[in-house]
Design a protein around this ligand. Structure first.
Ligand code: ADP
Length: 216
């Protein structure tokens, strides 16, 4: 259990948990007596254990153990994360831009996926690294080839919204076997404006934050 706890508990916090598990509901005063400490000394530890979800406190009853393991608390946290907390800035090219320009943009902006928009800034396509590689294999003139002939186009684009749950979008990345999903906002006429992107890198950040107990 320890390995998946979100918070490394101190020895004293572990002791408090044991006392509450064995004797809860129990008041702060009584816990302090068990440990031969003052109530004031324990206050920060009780606050941490309550905020982290290990303990619950009821007025006039005292502290009791929620029964939730570290991994259950972690799961609850992860399931609340939304796209807007982890999304990155999108990199967009215009549909008339050449494949050559798109390759340059991909290098300059250091991203793996570009989104393609029309003259009204509506999303019409997606360009991945492999799309650009594939177009570069032949002997075509890449400067004369517009991106809109090689992109994956609407309506086959997987999109998400800023309030979507990050775990659902992570699932979509796996299910669809893609690296990035544009975050969109509705425009009139069933069109979408691109306002962000969620990539496998963002998902890796979630994992790292989790291990540091630094979920946004
Ligand atoms: P790569 O081709 O570099 O492995 P992906 O796995 O992301 O990158 O892309 C695979 C294919 O899926 C490409 O043809 C790309 O155009 C398409 N694709 C990428 N992202 C999306 C998306 N959000 N919606 C629909 N198709 C996508």
């Amino acid at each position: 259990m320890k390995a998946v706890m979100t918070i490394e508990l101190t020895g004293r916090q572990e002791q408090i948990l044991t006392i509450v598990k064995d004797s809860g509901p129990i008041t702060g005063e009584q816990i302090a007596d068990h440990l031969s400490l003052t109530r004031a000394t324990l206050r920060p530890d009780l606050a941490i254990l309550t905020m982290a979800g290990f303990l619950d406190a009821r007025p006039r009853v005292g502290y009791f153990y929620t029964g939730k393991t570290g991994s259950q608390l972690l799961t609850e946290k992860v399931k609340k994360l939304t796209v807007k907390e982890y999304q990155s800035i999108p990199v967009v090219v215009h549909e008339s831009n050449s494949v050559y320009d798109a390759i340059c943009t991909m290098f300059l902006e250091d991203v793996g996926t570009l989104f393609v928009t029309d003259k009204n800034s509506a999303l019409i396509g997606v360009l991945s690294r492999k799309d650009l590689l594939r177009a570069s294999i032949g002997k075509q003139d890449l400067e004369a080839m517009p991106v809109n002939i090689i992109m994956t186009r609407m309506p086959n684009i997987t999109v998400c919204y800023k309030d979507d749950l990050i775990i659902e979008i992570a699932n979509k990345l796996i299910e669809k076997q893609i690296d990035a999903i544009p975050v969109v906002k509705e425009l009139p006429d069933n069109k979408w404006e691109v306002i962000g992107r969620v990539t496998k890198t963002n998902m890796t950040k979630v994992l790292v934050d989790l291990s540091h107990d630094q979920l946004i």
